[in-house]
Design a protein around this ligand. Structure first.
Ligand SMILES: Nc1ncnc2c1ncn2[C@@H]1O[C@H](COP(=O)(O)OP(=O)(O)OP(=O)(O)O)[C@@H](O)[C@H]1O
Length: 572
């Protein structure tokens, strides 16, 4: 919460004015019962019309002041809460951009999106409430008791006993509430995660007739969220009856002792009315406590979830002074091991190999053998568990990650498109690319003729996640995006799997004509047949390396794969 409240500094002026106006409103409300007592005791009881009119006018003026102060305070409080919400969202977004892939995986994308939306909204609500009533309610309770003492000490003593007891009960409820609302927030995360998976996999769900199963999964999570929410709200709901009970007992006592005091001349009617007035208003302030507790509990839970993200260290630029990467880079893996966090086995074990500048490297192996993992280690998407990866002799963990990645382009296994036009999606790889360069990249990806056949050509809007493009078209947009970057290291993770043989051959030819060092992950020998070197992986270990001809002659596993793929090819 401290971290989030730190954001208030930017809005200190608005926050100060909001609190000042709230304070004026509070003082006016505290003075009003005394004015009423004066009107009763000096005006009504004595039949003094002048006193009634004078103090009645004062009362009216005070009411108008409180009204204006209240509205203006809300205006400034909204400024502060909305401003802070905006700043927190901005910082969260920026921070998430620089979190390591492992950290993002740990938080999970659905949790991050709940934090970015729902949690920030809770914080906004909390800050607004904090400035409007969170301070005002307890201040009024304390101020009300103090003012009651100035009216009649004996009767005020009743309030002095009742109020602390209620405070303690409220404090206990608040502590329980924070725990419960934290649980609610976690359940909301799970619900969001199921919902997200459903939206992404809607076609698969329909084609497998699994809607009923998914409904059940969602309903179970929804039910669990409802149960926890109910439990939290039930706790909140008991606050009002407890307050009513405590304060009504106090009021009965005030009236009872008050009537005795009046009969012995120790108090006047107006004083009793004023103290009852304070008691009623204190009860009102306590009444909003349940709302405040709920707001505070949710706000605190949300603040700690947001702070957790903001406090996660970003990928460090360990050595920003380090040498800038040359645009032709030799790569060396030196006894590299990698184990995913939480996994019991290495995804990659004792990997050592060297890649010459401009070479094309094929990476082959059965599914799950560690091909994609190897590729992701090169731009340091995951830091190695042990061993070293060197680019031009420099360990990559000593290089600034931005500088390291500037020279690389990666085409992921799963095509990724952004909302916008085809042009924007390709240019995303290189902001400074000219139209000519974009067209060249699309041509190299064997995509230009298709784009030109579209009604709006390069200005064609790509639907959400590229729904209006085929798998192969999406892959080629991703390839064009990588080409336009003109990288010195090109990383292709099974990026031609959806292309037909002719298109793939044409794309591979374009890649061959480029001078970059290229890594091609594939399960198809045809994709890597012309590579300078093929790395053969098995269960994360490098079992052999060499050219296609060399492996075909010397490696029986490779020979088997080749034979089976040849057979499949001739059967097709
Ligand atoms: N994000 C992850 N978290 C934990 N384990 C992972 C993660 N990604 C991959 N793994 C595990 O690491 C191993 C290697 O996975 P990797 O994706 O590198 O294999 P691959 O050879 O590229 O497979 P495929 O050909 O099916 O894409 C697998 O056993 C996989 O379960």
């Amino acid at each position: 919460m401290k971290k989030i409240l730190g954001y208030i500094i930017t809005y200190k002026f608005s926050a100060f004015i909001a609190l000042l106006l709230m304070f004026i409103e509070l003082v006016v409300e505290l003075v009003q019962p005394i004015v009423m007592a004066t009107i009763i005791d000096e005006g009504i009881v004595n039949g003094d019309m002048r006193t009634i009119i004078t103090w009645g006018s004062v009362l009216l003026a005070l009411t108008i002041v409180a009204f204006i102060a209240g509205i203006s305070s809300s205006f400034f409080a909204a400024n502060v809460s909305q401003g802070i919400g905006h700043d927190v969202r901005r910082d969260l977004f920026e921070h998430i951009q620089f979190l390591s892939t492992q950290k993002i995986q740990k938080f999970s994308t659905s949790s991050l999106s709940t934090r970015m939306t729902n949690d920030v909204t809770q914080i906004q609500g909390f800050i607004f409430m904090a400035m409007r009533i969170m301070l005002r309610a307890p201040l009024f309770v304390v101020g009300g008791v103090v003012m009651a003492f100035t009216v009649n000490v004996n009767l005020a003593l009743i309030l002095l006993v009742a109020v602390p007891i209620l405070f303690i009960i409220m404090f206990w409820i608040m502590i329980q509430g924070v725990k419960l609302f934290q649980r609610v927030q976690k359940k909301l995360d799970s619900l969001n995660s199921i919902f997200r998976e459903n939206l992404l996999g809607i076609r698969l769900i329909k084609s497998y007739n699994r809607s009923e199963h998914e409904n059940q999964r969602f309903n179970a999570s929804n039910m669990s969220l409802m149960d926890d929410n109910k439990q939290a709200l039930r706790l909140m709901e008991i606050t009002m009856p407890v307050v009513m009970l405590g304060m009504n007992i106090a009021m009965v006592l005030i009236i009872w002792f008050g009537s005795i005091e009046i009969s012995v001349g120790g108090a006047q009617t107006g004083e009793i009315v004023a103290i009852i007035n304070y008691a009623t208003r204190i009860m009102g302030s306590f009444g909003v406590f349940s709302f405040l507790i709920m707001n505070y509990s949710r706000g605190k839970a949300s603040a700690s979830r947001i702070s957790e993200v903001l406090a996660s260290p970003v990928e460090e630029a360990k050595n920003s002074e380090s040498k800038v990467m040359s645009n032709q880079s030799e790569i060396q893996f030196d006894q590299v091991n990698y184990r995913y966090p939480g996994s019991r086995v290495n995804a990659l074990s004792d990997l050592s190999f060297r890649v010459k500048v401009g070479d094309t490297i094929g990476i082959m192996g059965e599914t799950g053998s560690g091909k994609s993992t190897l590729l992701k280690l090169i731009p340091r998407l995951y830091p190695v568990t042990s061993g070293r990866i060197l680019v031009d002799g420099v360990p990559i963990d000593t290089l600034d990650s931005q500088a390291l990645r500037k020279e690389m382009a990666m085409v992921p296994q799963e095509s990724q498109l952004f909302s916008g036009t085809v042009f924007e999606n390709i240019a995303w790889g290189n902001n400074n690319a000219s139209l000519q360069e974009i067209i060249q990249a699309a041509t190299d990806a064997n995509l230009h003729p298709y784009i030109m056949s579209l009604p709006n050509q390069y200005e064609t809007i790509i639907g959400q996640r590229g729904v209006n493009f085929s798998g192969g078209q999406k892959q080629r947009i991703n390839l064009a995006r990588a080409f336009v970057r003109n990288p010195s290291i090109l990383l292709l993770d099974d990026s031609t799997s959806a292309l037909d043989a002719k298109t793939e051959a044409s794309v591979l030819n374009s890649i061959k004509s480029k001078s970059c060092t290229t890594f091609i992950v594939s399960e198809k020998i045809s994709s890597v047949i012309e590579a300078d070197k093929i790395l053969l992986l098995d269960h994360g270990k490098l079992i052999d390396q060499g050219s296609h001809d060399y492996l075909l002659k010397t490696n029986t596993v490779y020979k088997e794969i080749f034979k089976s793929q040849q057979q499949q090819g001739s059967e097709l």
